[in-house]
Design a protein. Structure first.
Length: 409
């Protein structure tokens, strides 16, 4: 254990001196999301404020003077433009935001007919559509009330269904649900990104820099060397998870505070945080083991990236499966690697703890991690791969395992 700790501390000091490792594992997780979400929130608020301040430009064509036309003209949010020769072309060109045609009411029903055109590819036209809907609703309500009063009746006389809705979820529970939909996928990706650079650097990078011989002549067993390097990658991956979790929660909290929505409170319960960190540590061990295995075959940093990147990209598919509607952590999905971890993150962040599937997920992680580590030990025992002197590639893995079994026998 002392030799493993020595190798780990040596690799950790080297990693902290490496600018790329610090940027990918520390700076980006801690700074990227707060800055990104703060910028998105500020931009969204600015855009919404700008659109709300702008008056919607409308051309109204009516056969007779109508209450709706009067309501639009009286509303300060509208600017009624002069009739265009081709109003539809003006809407399409963005010169006006809406074209409204109002037909006179029929003698039988007294109902006004309205036809409105918008260009929903333009923000201002979409805002005009929303505003017109509000004006129509208010005008229609006023006309109905006037008509009922003429007959000595009120709206309550004809009310058949009176519905009231109430949200029984607390603001904190709503916030947990939002985080549970977004965080799992991002945590899986960023944890993997945090492991990628250190894994390639401590294995392929040292071969390219010709520094592997320095460690080998120290007399430390190759198992201790591999274990020290592996622990560094696990540490980097887990640190990326923790920092991303902190950064994203703070970013969401800031974004929703700017929106001023009191119905949403961004927070994760302490028990959920502990569960995420524990499962994240096991998942970091699995990801680090796979990346260390692949990076062991590389002789240069660039070659190491070409081995590790496909695994990182392949992780997207099972992770995306976890965010699909209707997919839950149960006794079946708990056996699917990577998907089960993302689903576990989602469940515990939302405050749910299905202990059976959680136990299967953690057990699966432990078994697959132990299996990959066993293969990585056999690969690192190959002197040509350890020194980067041979021409062996990832295709040589089956033959390496067979030779290792023969030597063990």
């Amino acid at each position: 254990m002392r030799l493993i700790g020595t190798v780990f501390r040596t690799e950790l000091r080297a990693a902290l001196r490496d600018r790329n490792t610090v940027v990918y594992s520390l700076v980006i997780p801690l700074a990227l999301y707060p800055i990104l979400f703060w910028g998105i929130g500020e931009w969204f608020s600015f855009q919404q404020g700008s659109l709300e301040k702008q008056k919607s430009r409308v051309v109204i064509e009516e056969e007779a003077r109508s209450p709706l036309g009067e309501a639009i003209a009286a509303d300060e949010r509208w600017r009624v433009s002069e009739r265009e020769t081709d109003a539809l072309a003006a809407v399409s060109a963005g010169e006006i935001d809406a074209f409204v045609r109002i037909e006179a009411p029929s003698s039988d029903t007294g109902t006004w007919s309205l036809h409105a055109w918008f260009d929903e590819a333009r923000d201002r036209s979409r805002v005009a559509k929303t505003r017109l809907g509000e004006v129509i609703e208010e005008t229609d309500r006023a006309l109905v009330e006037d008509r009922l009063l003429a007959y000595g009746e009120t709206n309550e006389t004809f009310a058949i269904i009176n519905m009231e809705t109430e949200n029984i979820a607390s603001a904190k529970e709503v916030g947990q649900t939002i985080l549970a939909r977004v965080l799992p996928m991002l945590l899986v990706f960023m944890l993997s990104m945090g492991a990628m650079h250190p894994a390639v650097d401590v294995l392929a990078g040292e071969k390219e820099r010709k520094t592997i011989e320095t460690i080998l002549v120290s007399g430390a067993p190759r198992e201790a060397i591999l274990a020290g390097k592996y622990l560094l990658v696990v540490t980097a991956a887990f640190a990326a998870l923790v920092l991303n979790l902190i950064g994203m929660v703070l970013a969401f909290k800031h974004m929703f505070s700017m929106m001023g929505d009191a119905k949403i409170q961004i927070a994760i319960p302490f028990t959920s945080v502990i569960a995420v960190l524990f499962a994240g540590l096991l998942f970091a061990a699995f990801v680090a083991a796979v990346m260390v295995l692949f990076a062991s075959f590389a002789r240069t940093f660039k070659e190491g990236q070409s081995y590790v990147t496909p695994f990182y990209l392949l992780m997207m598919f099972p992770t995306l499966l976890a965010v699909m509607p209707g997919v839950e952590l149960d006794l079946r999905t708990a056996w699917i690697p990577i998907t089960n971890v993302a689903l576990l993150f989602r469940e515990v962040i939302a405050g749910n703890f299905p202990w059976g599937p959680i136990a299967i997920t953690l057990g699966t992680l432990l078994l697959t991690t132990a299996f990959v580590i066993a293969i990585a030990r056999r690969v690192y025992a190959d002197e040509e791969l350890r020194l980067g002197s041979g021409g062996k590639t990832l295709r040589s893995l089956p033959s390496i395992i067979r030779r290792s079994r023969k030597r063990s026998a």
